[in-house]
Design a protein around this ligand. Structure first.
Ligand code: CAA
Length: 271
């Protein structure tokens, strides 16, 4: 890893290129279980802004998001920083966090959450903002805000109900309990559960698979699903038809169809 200090202050976020088309973002405050304090939110916001504009230029197609250290993905918003906030300040904090999570979910590249430990509150919300979730057997998910007398504020009540349905979302957010990776896979949030020592390799495995697909297509799959969640079925199908049509004006689709017919692997350029 490169030098992560910012003029003497340790960076709370690390971006690394992981070979062709792939990058990894590591939330790096292991001493506080990677809790999202204002520095980390600031760095995350800036990095997402950079990725929004650079991803296509750098031909970056997949981003793995994970937490530093053995214990946590992200243990939530920084509770110590929240103490003493007024209602207005707390509302502003929620809006800020929601904006950052929204930015993550709308990145023009596929984002895989590699959940290596606690993914609680804002950490669970961060994972929910990724395209799919891989988890180590040690991972623990939950929305414990009610045990602090709060509610989730970085999108948890909205994204979890869209992801799992209202009853499971209420089950998590009302109980405030932690659930294992296997329980979350059963509920449908987690796509794959692996041994802790295999999480990195499996994340790379899935990242490589996604990176080998047509980038113009994977970007449109994201947009189709994301916007479709807010539409009626008829409107969603209309949106899908438009995006399907658009893929026929990409170089990628010429390459994909030709490769199939010529019985070779496609070489997509993301154009
Ligand atoms: N904010 C700030 N610091 C945190 C933190 C958080 N969310 N989670 C953990 N830490 C800190 C601890 O205070 C501790 O620091 P000190 O050594 O300085 O005391 C350090 O990280 C290690 O944590 P623990 O000693 O508590 O570790 P543990 O293994 O005993 O417990 C845990 C782990 C069960 C995850 C426990 O740390 C915990 O319950 N954390 C809080 C989880 C939580 O409630 N998250 C939701 C926050 S609210 C939110 O996120 C709102 C929103 O939607 C935006």
């Amino acid at each position: 890893m490169s030098d992560h200090s910012l003029g003497g202050i340790e960076a709370t976020l690390i971006f690394e290129k992981m070979g062709e088309h792939m990058g990894r973002l590591t939330l790096n405050r292991p001493q506080a279980l990677n809790a999202l304090n204002s520095q980390l939110l600031e760095e995350l916001s800036a990095e997402l802004e950079r990725l929004e504009s650079q991803a296509e230029k750098e031909d970056l197609r997949v981003l793995i998001v994970t937490g530093a250290g053995e214990k946590a993905f992200v243990a939530g918003a920084d509770i110590k920083e929240m103490r003493g906030l007024s209602s207005d300040q707390a509302e502003a904090l929620a809006r800020r966090g929601q904006k950052i999570m929204g930015r993550l979910s709308e990145l023009p590249l596929v984002v895989i959450a590699a959940v290596n430990g606690f993914a609680l509150g804002g950490g669970c919300e961060l994972a929910l903002s990724c395209d799919f979730i891989l988890a180590s057997e040690k991972a623990r998910f939950g929305l414990p805000e009610v045990s602090l007398g709060l509610i989730p504020g970085y999108g948890g009540t909205q994204r979890l109900s869209r992801s799992l349905g209202a009853h499971q979302a209420r089950f998590l957010a009302l109980s405030g309990e932690m659930f294992s990776a296997l329980q979350m896979r059963e509920m449908g949030l987690v796509s794959e559960v692996v041994a802790p020592e295999e999480l990195e390799a499996r994340s790379l495995h899935w990242a490589q698979i996604v990176a080998s697909r047509g980038p113009e297509a994977t970007r449109r799959v994201k947009r189709a699903v994301a916007r479709g969640l807010d539409l009626s079925l008829a409107e969603g199908l209309e949106w899908e038809a438009q995006l399907f049509g658009q893929t026929f004006s990409t170089q990628d689709h010429h390459e994909g169809l030709a490769a199939f017919i010529e019985k070779r692997k496609p070489q997509f350029k993301g154009q």
